[in-house]
Design a protein around this ligand. Structure first.
Ligand SMILES: [Zn+2]
Length: 396
Protein backbone atom coordinates (compact mmCIF):
# COMPACT_ATOMS: atom_id res chain seq x y z
CA UNK A 1 0.00 0.00 0.00
CA UNK A 2 2.40 2.65 -1.11
CA UNK A 3 1.75 5.64 -3.20
CA UNK A 4 4.86 7.28 -4.51
CA UNK A 5 4.98 10.72 -5.91
CA UNK A 6 7.14 9.86 -8.83
CA UNK A 7 6.20 8.09 -11.92
CA UNK A 8 8.82 6.41 -13.98
CA UNK A 9 8.56 9.46 -16.20
CA UNK A 10 9.30 13.15 -15.88
CA UNK A 11 9.71 16.30 -17.98
CA UNK A 12 12.08 19.18 -17.74
CA UNK A 13 10.29 22.22 -16.36
CA UNK A 14 11.52 25.11 -18.38
CA UNK A 15 12.42 23.52 -21.65
CA UNK A 16 10.15 20.45 -21.92
CA UNK A 17 13.13 18.67 -23.35
CA UNK A 18 12.69 15.24 -24.83
CA UNK A 19 13.99 12.09 -23.15
CA UNK A 20 17.63 11.16 -23.41
CA UNK A 21 18.45 7.96 -25.32
CA UNK A 22 19.84 6.68 -22.02
CA UNK A 23 16.53 7.18 -20.20
CA UNK A 24 14.63 5.60 -23.06
CA UNK A 25 16.94 2.60 -23.15
CA UNK A 26 16.84 2.11 -19.37
CA UNK A 27 13.05 2.22 -19.23
CA UNK A 28 12.68 0.00 -22.27
CA UNK A 29 14.88 -2.68 -20.70
CA UNK A 30 13.01 -2.40 -17.41
CA UNK A 31 9.68 -2.89 -19.14
CA UNK A 32 10.97 -5.92 -21.00
CA UNK A 33 12.31 -7.34 -17.77
CA UNK A 34 8.98 -7.00 -16.03
CA UNK A 35 7.14 -8.58 -18.97
CA UNK A 36 9.65 -11.45 -19.08
CA UNK A 37 9.33 -11.93 -15.33
CA UNK A 38 5.56 -12.06 -15.62
CA UNK A 39 5.68 -14.55 -18.53
CA UNK A 40 8.05 -16.79 -16.60
CA UNK A 41 5.70 -16.90 -13.61
CA UNK A 42 2.75 -17.57 -15.91
CA UNK A 43 4.74 -20.26 -17.72
CA UNK A 44 5.46 -22.06 -14.46
CA UNK A 45 1.76 -22.19 -13.54
CA UNK A 46 0.72 -23.38 -17.00
CA UNK A 47 3.48 -26.00 -17.06
CA UNK A 48 2.48 -27.37 -13.65
CA UNK A 49 -1.10 -27.79 -14.85
CA UNK A 50 -0.44 -28.97 -18.39
CA UNK A 51 2.12 -31.63 -17.44
CA UNK A 52 0.33 -32.89 -14.37
CA UNK A 53 3.41 -32.10 -12.25
CA UNK A 54 1.16 -30.31 -9.81
CA UNK A 55 -0.40 -33.66 -8.85
CA UNK A 56 3.04 -35.18 -8.34
CA UNK A 57 4.07 -32.19 -6.26
CA UNK A 58 0.94 -32.66 -4.15
CA UNK A 59 1.84 -36.34 -3.61
CA UNK A 60 5.36 -35.36 -2.59
CA UNK A 61 3.88 -32.80 -0.16
CA UNK A 62 1.60 -35.45 1.34
CA UNK A 63 4.36 -38.01 1.73
CA UNK A 64 6.79 -35.46 3.13
CA UNK A 65 4.38 -34.43 5.88
CA UNK A 66 2.94 -37.79 6.91
CA UNK A 67 -0.34 -37.04 5.11
CA UNK A 68 -1.27 -34.16 7.38
CA UNK A 69 -3.36 -31.88 5.16
CA UNK A 70 -2.44 -28.52 6.71
CA UNK A 71 1.28 -29.29 6.64
CA UNK A 72 1.04 -30.69 3.12
CA UNK A 73 -0.53 -27.43 1.88
CA UNK A 74 2.34 -25.53 3.41
CA UNK A 75 5.00 -27.83 1.93
CA UNK A 76 3.34 -27.52 -1.48
CA UNK A 77 3.44 -23.71 -1.24
CA UNK A 78 7.03 -23.93 -0.02
CA UNK A 79 8.11 -25.93 -3.09
CA UNK A 80 6.14 -23.62 -5.38
CA UNK A 81 7.82 -20.48 -4.00
CA UNK A 82 11.26 -22.09 -4.26
CA UNK A 83 10.63 -23.02 -7.91
CA UNK A 84 9.27 -19.58 -8.69
CA UNK A 85 12.18 -17.80 -6.99
CA UNK A 86 14.85 -19.95 -8.66
CA UNK A 87 13.23 -19.50 -12.05
CA UNK A 88 13.09 -15.72 -11.67
CA UNK A 89 16.56 -15.39 -10.15
CA UNK A 90 18.52 -14.76 -13.38
CA UNK A 91 16.12 -11.96 -14.37
CA UNK A 92 16.22 -10.47 -10.88
CA UNK A 93 19.99 -10.48 -10.96
CA UNK A 94 19.95 -8.86 -14.37
CA UNK A 95 17.70 -6.17 -12.90
CA UNK A 96 20.18 -5.63 -10.07
CA UNK A 97 23.04 -5.28 -12.58
CA UNK A 98 20.94 -2.95 -14.72
CA UNK A 99 20.49 -0.45 -11.85
CA UNK A 100 24.26 -0.42 -11.39
CA UNK A 101 24.93 -0.07 -15.09
CA UNK A 102 22.87 3.11 -15.15
CA UNK A 103 24.40 4.36 -11.88
CA UNK A 104 21.10 4.18 -10.06
CA UNK A 105 22.08 1.77 -7.32
CA UNK A 106 24.36 1.65 -4.29
CA UNK A 107 23.39 -1.83 -3.25
CA UNK A 108 26.10 -4.40 -2.69
CA UNK A 109 25.71 -7.92 -4.00
CA UNK A 110 25.59 -9.23 -0.44
CA UNK A 111 22.73 -6.90 0.44
CA UNK A 112 20.91 -7.90 -2.75
CA UNK A 113 21.22 -11.59 -1.83
CA UNK A 114 19.88 -10.83 1.65
CA UNK A 115 16.91 -9.01 0.12
CA UNK A 116 16.20 -11.93 -2.21
CA UNK A 117 16.11 -14.33 0.73
CA UNK A 118 13.93 -11.99 2.76
CA UNK A 119 11.61 -11.45 -0.21
CA UNK A 120 11.24 -15.19 -0.63
CA UNK A 121 10.52 -15.65 3.10
CA UNK A 122 7.89 -12.89 3.10
CA UNK A 123 6.31 -14.48 0.02
CA UNK A 124 6.34 -17.87 1.70
CA UNK A 125 4.75 -16.61 4.92
CA UNK A 126 2.05 -14.55 3.17
CA UNK A 127 1.46 -17.11 0.39
CA UNK A 128 1.38 -19.97 2.89
CA UNK A 129 -1.08 -18.10 5.10
CA UNK A 130 -3.41 -17.27 2.20
CA UNK A 131 -3.35 -20.84 0.86
CA UNK A 132 -4.05 -22.33 4.30
CA UNK A 133 -6.99 -19.96 4.76
CA UNK A 134 -8.48 -20.63 1.31
CA UNK A 135 -8.23 -24.43 1.59
CA UNK A 136 -9.49 -24.46 5.18
CA UNK A 137 -12.56 -22.53 3.98
CA UNK A 138 -13.01 -24.81 0.96
CA UNK A 139 -12.98 -27.81 3.27
CA UNK A 140 -15.41 -26.24 5.73
CA UNK A 141 -17.92 -24.80 3.22
CA UNK A 142 -17.30 -26.10 -0.31
CA UNK A 143 -20.43 -24.35 -1.60
CA UNK A 144 -19.80 -20.80 -0.46
CA UNK A 145 -16.05 -20.94 0.01
CA UNK A 146 -15.39 -18.19 -2.54
CA UNK A 147 -17.70 -15.72 -0.82
CA UNK A 148 -16.30 -16.39 2.64
CA UNK A 149 -12.71 -16.36 1.40
CA UNK A 150 -13.42 -13.00 -0.24
CA UNK A 151 -14.62 -11.58 3.09
CA UNK A 152 -11.54 -12.89 4.89
CA UNK A 153 -9.26 -11.43 2.19
CA UNK A 154 -10.75 -7.97 2.67
CA UNK A 155 -9.97 -8.15 6.38
CA UNK A 156 -6.43 -9.22 5.45
CA UNK A 157 -6.04 -6.32 2.97
CA UNK A 158 -6.83 -3.89 5.77
CA UNK A 159 -4.51 -5.74 8.12
CA UNK A 160 -1.59 -5.77 5.67
CA UNK A 161 -2.10 -2.11 4.74
CA UNK A 162 -1.89 -1.36 8.43
CA UNK A 163 1.20 -3.40 9.26
CA UNK A 164 3.09 -2.67 6.02
CA UNK A 165 4.94 0.46 7.21
CA UNK A 166 5.75 -0.94 10.64
CA UNK A 167 6.45 -4.60 9.84
CA UNK A 168 7.06 -5.18 6.13
CA UNK A 169 8.97 -2.09 4.93
CA UNK A 170 11.44 -2.17 7.86
CA UNK A 171 12.49 -5.65 6.75
CA UNK A 172 14.11 -4.03 3.75
CA UNK A 173 14.84 -0.43 4.78
CA UNK A 174 15.57 1.58 7.89
CA UNK A 175 13.18 4.34 8.91
CA UNK A 176 13.39 7.05 11.54
CA UNK A 177 11.16 9.98 12.43
CA UNK A 178 12.02 13.09 10.44
CA UNK A 179 14.38 15.26 12.45
CA UNK A 180 14.50 18.39 10.33
CA UNK A 181 12.65 20.91 12.55
CA UNK A 182 12.18 23.48 9.79
CA UNK A 183 10.52 20.88 7.55
CA UNK A 184 8.37 19.60 10.38
CA UNK A 185 7.17 23.13 11.07
CA UNK A 186 6.35 23.62 7.41
CA UNK A 187 4.40 20.41 7.32
CA UNK A 188 2.46 21.43 10.43
CA UNK A 189 1.56 24.73 8.78
CA UNK A 190 0.61 22.89 5.59
CA UNK A 191 -1.61 20.56 7.60
CA UNK A 192 -3.22 23.44 9.47
CA UNK A 193 -3.90 25.40 6.30
CA UNK A 194 -5.61 22.40 4.81
CA UNK A 195 -7.36 21.30 8.00
CA UNK A 196 -5.87 17.84 8.19
CA UNK A 197 -3.49 16.11 10.55
CA UNK A 198 -0.50 14.01 9.65
CA UNK A 199 0.41 11.44 12.22
CA UNK A 200 4.03 11.14 11.37
CA UNK A 201 6.73 11.80 8.82
CA UNK A 202 9.54 9.29 8.54
CA UNK A 203 12.88 9.48 6.87
CA UNK A 204 13.42 6.46 4.67
CA UNK A 205 17.05 5.37 4.41
CA UNK A 206 16.89 4.65 0.71
CA UNK A 207 20.48 5.83 0.08
CA UNK A 208 21.86 2.56 1.48
CA UNK A 209 20.58 0.80 -1.60
CA UNK A 210 19.61 3.30 -4.26
CA UNK A 211 20.45 6.66 -5.76
CA UNK A 212 16.85 7.20 -6.74
CA UNK A 213 14.45 9.37 -4.75
CA UNK A 214 10.89 8.73 -3.69
CA UNK A 215 8.20 9.63 -1.19
CA UNK A 216 4.96 7.93 -0.27
CA UNK A 217 1.93 7.81 1.93
CA UNK A 218 1.62 4.48 3.74
CA UNK A 219 -0.36 2.74 6.44
CA UNK A 220 -3.86 3.01 7.78
CA UNK A 221 -5.25 4.46 11.00
CA UNK A 222 -2.58 4.52 13.67
CA UNK A 223 0.20 3.51 11.27
CA UNK A 224 -0.63 6.18 8.69
CA UNK A 225 2.46 8.17 7.78
CA UNK A 226 4.35 9.98 5.09
CA UNK A 227 7.68 8.43 4.27
CA UNK A 228 10.29 10.44 2.46
CA UNK A 229 13.61 9.16 1.11
CA UNK A 230 16.85 10.57 2.51
CA UNK A 231 18.01 10.84 -1.11
CA UNK A 232 15.23 13.37 -1.57
CA UNK A 233 15.82 15.24 1.69
CA UNK A 234 19.47 15.70 0.77
CA UNK A 235 19.20 17.21 -2.65
CA UNK A 236 15.92 19.11 -2.76
CA UNK A 237 15.13 22.58 -1.47
CA UNK A 238 12.70 22.92 1.42
CA UNK A 239 10.16 24.41 -0.98
CA UNK A 240 10.43 21.39 -3.27
CA UNK A 241 10.11 18.99 -0.34
CA UNK A 242 7.08 20.92 0.85
CA UNK A 243 5.47 20.51 -2.58
CA UNK A 244 6.10 16.76 -2.44
CA UNK A 245 4.76 16.48 1.11
CA UNK A 246 1.68 18.39 -0.03
CA UNK A 247 1.16 15.81 -2.77
CA UNK A 248 1.33 12.98 -0.21
CA UNK A 249 -1.03 14.93 2.03
CA UNK A 250 -3.37 15.06 -0.97
CA UNK A 251 -3.45 11.25 -1.07
CA UNK A 252 -4.41 11.28 2.58
CA UNK A 253 -7.07 14.00 2.31
CA UNK A 254 -8.69 12.25 -0.65
CA UNK A 255 -8.54 8.93 1.24
CA UNK A 256 -6.76 7.13 -1.58
CA UNK A 257 -5.56 4.19 0.52
CA UNK A 258 -9.02 3.21 1.89
CA UNK A 259 -10.51 3.79 -1.57
CA UNK A 260 -7.80 1.61 -3.08
CA UNK A 261 -8.75 -1.17 -0.67
CA UNK A 262 -12.39 -0.83 -1.74
CA UNK A 263 -11.42 -1.11 -5.40
CA UNK A 264 -9.27 -4.11 -4.53
CA UNK A 265 -12.26 -5.64 -2.76
CA UNK A 266 -14.36 -5.30 -5.93
CA UNK A 267 -11.68 -6.86 -8.09
CA UNK A 268 -11.14 -9.70 -5.62
CA UNK A 269 -14.87 -10.42 -5.57
CA UNK A 270 -14.85 -10.95 -9.33
CA UNK A 271 -11.65 -12.98 -8.97
CA UNK A 272 -13.05 -15.38 -6.39
CA UNK A 273 -16.30 -15.78 -8.30
CA UNK A 274 -14.38 -16.59 -11.50
CA UNK A 275 -12.01 -18.90 -9.62
CA UNK A 276 -14.96 -20.89 -8.28
CA UNK A 277 -16.47 -21.23 -11.76
CA UNK A 278 -13.18 -22.32 -13.28
CA UNK A 279 -12.33 -24.78 -10.49
CA UNK A 280 -15.74 -26.41 -10.92
CA UNK A 281 -15.30 -26.57 -14.68
CA UNK A 282 -11.83 -28.14 -14.34
CA UNK A 283 -13.15 -30.65 -11.80
CA UNK A 284 -16.50 -31.62 -13.36
CA UNK A 285 -15.85 -31.29 -17.10
CA UNK A 286 -12.12 -31.89 -17.38
CA UNK A 287 -11.71 -34.24 -14.40
CA UNK A 288 -8.41 -32.60 -13.48
CA UNK A 289 -9.07 -33.39 -9.83
CA UNK A 290 -11.77 -35.05 -7.70
CA UNK A 291 -12.33 -32.50 -4.98
CA UNK A 292 -12.21 -28.72 -4.65
CA UNK A 293 -10.01 -29.18 -1.60
CA UNK A 294 -7.32 -30.94 -3.67
CA UNK A 295 -4.60 -28.30 -3.41
CA UNK A 296 -3.02 -29.52 -6.63
CA UNK A 297 -5.48 -27.01 -8.14
CA UNK A 298 -3.61 -24.11 -6.52
CA UNK A 299 -1.79 -23.19 -9.78
CA UNK A 300 -5.19 -22.88 -11.46
CA UNK A 301 -6.39 -20.59 -8.68
CA UNK A 302 -3.25 -18.49 -9.03
CA UNK A 303 -3.62 -18.43 -12.80
CA UNK A 304 -7.07 -16.87 -12.46
CA UNK A 305 -5.64 -14.19 -10.16
CA UNK A 306 -2.68 -13.46 -12.43
CA UNK A 307 -4.68 -13.34 -15.66
CA UNK A 308 -7.37 -11.17 -14.09
CA UNK A 309 -4.88 -8.71 -12.67
CA UNK A 310 -3.09 -8.37 -16.00
CA UNK A 311 -6.36 -7.84 -17.83
CA UNK A 312 -7.35 -5.17 -15.34
CA UNK A 313 -3.94 -3.51 -15.24
CA UNK A 314 -4.74 -0.72 -17.74
CA UNK A 315 -7.90 0.04 -15.77
CA UNK A 316 -6.12 -0.03 -12.40
CA UNK A 317 -3.32 2.13 -13.78
CA UNK A 318 -5.88 4.64 -15.09
CA UNK A 319 -7.49 4.72 -11.64
CA UNK A 320 -4.10 5.24 -9.99
CA UNK A 321 -3.17 8.03 -12.44
CA UNK A 322 -6.42 9.81 -11.68
CA UNK A 323 -5.60 9.61 -7.95
CA UNK A 324 -2.15 11.01 -8.67
CA UNK A 325 -3.64 13.92 -10.61
CA UNK A 326 -5.96 14.61 -7.71
CA UNK A 327 -3.03 14.60 -5.25
CA UNK A 328 -1.10 16.91 -7.59
CA UNK A 329 -3.99 19.38 -7.72
CA UNK A 330 -4.14 19.29 -3.95
CA UNK A 331 -0.44 20.11 -3.85
CA UNK A 332 -0.71 23.14 -6.20
CA UNK A 333 -3.45 24.64 -4.06
CA UNK A 334 -1.65 23.99 -0.77
CA UNK A 335 1.67 25.63 -1.63
CA UNK A 336 2.32 29.33 -2.33
CA UNK A 337 3.76 28.74 -5.81
CA UNK A 338 3.86 25.85 -8.26
CA UNK A 339 7.46 26.60 -9.22
CA UNK A 340 9.01 24.27 -6.60
CA UNK A 341 6.49 21.58 -7.58
CA UNK A 342 7.76 21.78 -11.15
CA UNK A 343 11.45 21.94 -10.25
CA UNK A 344 10.97 19.04 -7.82
CA UNK A 345 9.38 16.95 -10.58
CA UNK A 346 12.30 17.69 -12.84
CA UNK A 347 14.84 16.72 -10.24
CA UNK A 348 13.00 13.45 -9.70
CA UNK A 349 12.99 12.75 -13.42
CA UNK A 350 16.71 13.33 -13.69
CA UNK A 351 17.64 11.49 -10.54
CA UNK A 352 15.52 8.43 -11.33
CA UNK A 353 16.29 8.40 -15.05
CA UNK A 354 12.56 8.51 -15.67
CA UNK A 355 11.06 8.77 -19.12
CA UNK A 356 9.49 12.20 -19.34
CA UNK A 357 7.29 11.49 -22.33
CA UNK A 358 6.58 7.80 -22.88
CA UNK A 359 4.27 6.79 -25.69
CA UNK A 360 0.57 6.78 -24.87
CA UNK A 361 0.55 2.99 -25.13
CA UNK A 362 3.37 2.62 -22.60
CA UNK A 363 1.59 5.06 -20.30
CA UNK A 364 -1.70 3.12 -20.50
CA UNK A 365 -0.11 -0.30 -20.02
CA UNK A 366 2.60 0.37 -17.46
CA UNK A 367 2.33 3.69 -15.69
CA UNK A 368 0.63 4.13 -12.34
CA UNK A 369 1.61 7.83 -12.43
CA UNK A 370 1.00 10.35 -15.20
CA UNK A 371 4.13 11.08 -17.22
CA UNK A 372 6.06 13.97 -15.66
CA UNK A 373 5.66 16.08 -18.80
CA UNK A 374 1.90 15.91 -18.31
CA UNK A 375 2.13 16.60 -14.57
CA UNK A 376 4.14 19.73 -15.25
CA UNK A 377 1.80 20.87 -18.01
CA UNK A 378 -1.14 20.36 -15.68
CA UNK A 379 0.56 22.44 -12.97
CA UNK A 380 1.25 25.24 -15.45
CA UNK A 381 -2.30 25.15 -16.75
CA UNK A 382 -3.60 25.34 -13.19
CA UNK A 383 -1.42 28.36 -12.42
CA UNK A 384 -2.54 30.13 -15.62
CA UNK A 385 -6.16 29.58 -14.76
CA UNK A 386 -5.65 30.79 -11.23
CA UNK A 387 -3.93 34.03 -12.17
CA UNK A 388 -4.29 34.87 -15.85
CA UNK A 389 -2.50 38.19 -15.28
CA UNK A 390 0.64 36.52 -14.02
CA UNK A 391 0.79 34.07 -16.86
CA UNK A 392 0.51 36.83 -19.47
CA UNK A 393 3.77 38.22 -18.16
CA UNK A 394 5.65 34.98 -18.43
CA UNK A 395 6.75 33.66 -21.78
CA UNK A 396 5.19 30.49 -23.17
ZN1 LIG B 1 1.34 10.14 -5.43
Amino acid sequence: MRRGIISSTVANPEQHISDSPEARRYNRIRRRLSVADFLLGLGLLVALLATGWTARLRDVAYIGTGRIYVLAVFLYVFILTVLNTLLGLPLDYYGFRLEHRFQLSNQTRRSWVRDQVKGWLVGLVIGGLLAEIVYAIIRATPRFWWLIAWGVFIVLFVFFAQIAPVVLFPLFYKFKPLENEELKQRLMRLSERTGTRVKGVYEWKLSEKSRKANAALAGLGRTRRIIIADTLLEKYTDDEIEAILAHELGHHVHRHIPKGILVQAGVTFVGFWAANQILHYAMERLSWFDQLSDFANLPLLMLVAVVLSVMLMPLMNAYSRSNERQADRYSYAAIPSIIPFISGMNKLANQNLAERQPSRLVEVLFHSHPPIAKRIQAAEAWAREKSPAASRQSPG
